[in-house]
Ligand binder design. Structure first.
Ligand SMILES: [Zn+2]
Length: 317
């Protein structure tokens, strides 16, 4: 894509995705249920010339799995990384940012950060609400400064370029999506379940506005999530998903409907012009060693923490 950056800025970033700004805003704003206007089918979304798609699986034998990505990226998938649903991600008094090196002795989070090689980094997270909202790290930090320690803005994605920060989300069947602008060094961390699907476009758009990122230079990793083998939904939700993200984003077997988050997000990334996509083949629900809301149930489920860090001082520029 050869669009000029100043034009991108004036157009609210949407032009770098090949999407009319009004359509992108519409996609970000509404959920699947109230959407009859399919952005997926838009003739305005060009397909990437060459999209490299690679697949990988997670062994889940250690507390922290480093993921094959162009920026430091990890996922917790053992007891030491357990983030209980009620357990805040912040150290008390940290103002929305956890000084990882200061987590109390015995705190599993301290082990996580140490195992990730991220001791001393600060953790940034948001109050996840299954939205398509993405904020910059500066916005998340500013919110905590204004509202007081531990307060987090409602959003489901963070983008940033400060190597001292870990951008994090928690997941348990929803998909963690990692982004990295290989040229500019900026990264993104998203929480994307069925309702939030499409947040990937919002993140690309924000990276475009903030750093001039173009999707062809952004690597996207679709992390472990519940897959079409297990993600049964009712027909109405499946059809809504298909309407918005394409026929193949839901499949029917023996009279039941299943969502395919991987296919939906891969299609979104390809059509936005992302040239490099890694897809995790593990299913959180029927695979081993991963945490799953559906398998473990609403009372006892555990969460995995997914985090990405901007590489320090080694962008291509
Ligand atoms: Zn499965």
């Amino acid at each position: 894509m050869n669009r000029e950056l100043d034009k991108v800025g004036r157009d609210d970033g949407a032009q770098c995705l090949g999407v009319e700004p009004s359509r992108l805003r519409s996609l970000k704003r509404r959920g699947v249920d109230d959407g009859s206007d399919s952005l997926y089918d838009s003739a305005h979304m060009p397909k990437a010339q060459q999209t490299r798609v690679s697949r990988f699986s997670i062994e889940a034998r250690t507390a922290v799995e480093r993921l094959p990505f162009s920026a430091p990226a990890f996922l917790t998938c053992a007891a030491a990384g357990d983030m209980k649903p009620q357990e805040p991600l912040h150290a008390p008094g940290a103002g929305g940012e956890t000084p990882a090196g200061e987590t109390p002795a015995g705190d599993p989070r301290g082990q996580v950060f140490a195992a990730a090689g991220a001791a001393g980094k600060r953790l940034l997270s948001v109050k996840q609400e299954h939205t398509r909202e993405v904020l910059t790290a500066e916005e998340v930090a500013a919110y905590a400064l204004e509202r007081g320690a531990g307060s987090r803005p409602e959003a489901d994605g963070i983008v940033g370029d400060d190597p001292e920060l870990l951008l994090a989300v928690t997941v348990a069947d929803c998909m963690p999506i990692y982004l990295h602008d290989r040229r500019r060094g900026a990264v993104g961390m998203l929480h994307s379940g069925w309702k939030g699907t499409g947040i990937l476009l919002g993140a690309l758009e924000l990276m475009c506005r903030r750093w001039g990122s173009t999707p062809s230079e952004v690597s996207v990793l679709l992390g472990p999530a519940i897959q079409a083998c297990c993600y049964e939904v009712d027909a109405e939700r499946a059809r809504g998903f298909q309407t918005e993200f394409g026929e193949e984003s839901a499949v029917q077997r023996a009279g039941a409907w299943y969502l395919d988050l991987q296919t939906a997000n891969r299609a979104l990334a390809e059509r936005a012009g992302v040239a490099e996509i890694s897809v995790c083949t593990n299913c959180t629900c029927c695979g081993e060693g991963l945490f799953s809301y559906r398998r473990e149930g609403p009372e006892g489920y555990r969460r995995m923490l997914a985090a990405v860090q901007a590489p320090s001082g080694n962008t291509d520029e």
